[in-house]
Design a protein around this ligand. Sequence first.
Ligand code: HEM
Length: 115
Amino acid sequence: MEFLYHLLLVLHLLGWAIVLGGVLVNLRSAKIPKGVLHGILTALLTGILMVGLASASDDLRDPDNAKVAVKLVIALVVTALVVYGVRKPRKVTTGYLGAIAGLTAVNVAVAVFWR
Ligand code: HEM
C-alpha cells in the first residue's frame, strides 16, 4: 500500500512539474502545450487517489481534509484555466499563463507549509 502511495506521489509531483515547466517555457509565445493538459489531469487524478488510499489504509496517515479542500479548489481553478486555454488559444496571454504558474506555485507552498 505504501509503495503504491509513493508511486502516486511521484506521478503527482511529475504532473505538476509538467504544468509549471510547460507554462513557464511558453510565457513569451503565450501558448499552452497539450502536455500541460495531460500533466494537470495526471496530478489531479493522482492527488485524489492518494487521498482515497490514505483514508482507506490503516498504515498511512489520514489526510488533512481542510488542506485537501484548499488544494483541490486551487487545482480545479488551474485545470479550468488550462482546459479553457487549450480550447480557446486566442484568449491565452502571458498574464493568463502567469496565473496558471502562480496558482500552481501557491499549491506547492500549501502542500509543503501546511502540516
Ligand atoms: C496545483 C495543484 C497541486 C500542487 C502544485 C500540488 C503539489 C504537491 C506537492 C509539492 C506535494 C509534496 C508535499 C510533501 O510531501 O511535502 C504534494 C503532495 C500531496 N498532494 Fe498535492 N498538489 C496539488 C493538488 C493536489 C490535489 C488536488 C490533491 C487531492 C485532491 C492533492 C493531494 C496530495 C496528497 C494526498 C499529497 C501527499 C502528501 C501530503 O500528505 O501532503 N494535491 N502535492
